[in-house]
Design a protein around this ligand. Sequence first.
Ligand code: ADP
Length: 304
Amino acid sequence: KVTVLGSLNVDTILKIKRLPQPGETMAMEAKKNAGGGKGSNQAVAASRLGAQTSFIGKVGNDENGRFMQEILTTAQVDTQYVSVSEDKATGQAFILLQASGENSIIIDGGSNQAITTDDIYQAQTKIEAADFLVTQFETPLESATLAFEIAKKAGVTTILNPAPAQEAPQTLLANVDLIAPNETEAEILTGIKVVDAQSQHQAAKKLQAKGVKNVIITLGSRGAYYLTADQKEGLVPAFKVQAVDTTAAGDTFLGALSSQLKPDFSNIEEAILFANQASALAVQKLGAVPSIPTFAEVSAQLNQ
Ligand code: ADP
């Protein structure tokens, strides 16, 4: 059982030839709305990959909010604790997708920023009943801090995806069983540029010195490195594929990992291998939610 506390955004993808110059007005080529937001992506991934999944989050009282509710429900994510903000619009990401394939993104956090500690107390039983609690940094820090405190008191294993990267308070880090940054986030949190075996080990050690127990650093097309609380380490290489869109690669990895990991981390290598395979499938398809594979699809690849 996985409970995800986090953000949901409607991704509005505007296809354009190139970025407009300052002062320039330009017509777009095409517009498309899709489900997104790190929290929602991770919940959809955990659910499609086999975990019974609940989501704690907030939408606005608007069309986008109903669109996101629908996406979660379709993915069989329990939305009992997705509450509705009366004064903030549903979170939205405006993605300027240029012909070159490059993305520029502007985010309106909206209702994601309106999650309060009261919302966390409301959902307390959902947190306590989970095997894993997963969160990121697209919702207020104080609600994440409280949720992790409740989780640890109940013996729930906690996973923090520190994205987008920001400094985290000691009170939160002390309750983190697994931190899973990508290379950029690991560098922002530790000041160590992750480029080779030595630097990834050093960055992970530094994160442990901040109070977290286990570390996984995702390394894009190189795979993922782990260092456990009992100082077991390893690199699980990525699958070699032709990437067409890496949006939500990290979210698919996180959701997949939390759907397979044992709370005592004894199968960490196996769980990372599964997560690598799930995200390798995701990067071969366009979009966030639409690219997330099912358990059957990942198993079929692994058994080849
Ligand atoms: P994020 O999307 O958060 O930046 P990463 O880029 O580290 O995270 O990607 C997360 C995981 O997705 C990697 O650990 C890897 O398993 C998989 N992945 C990402 N990019 C590729 C790629 N080009 N080829 C194969 N797998 C990839």
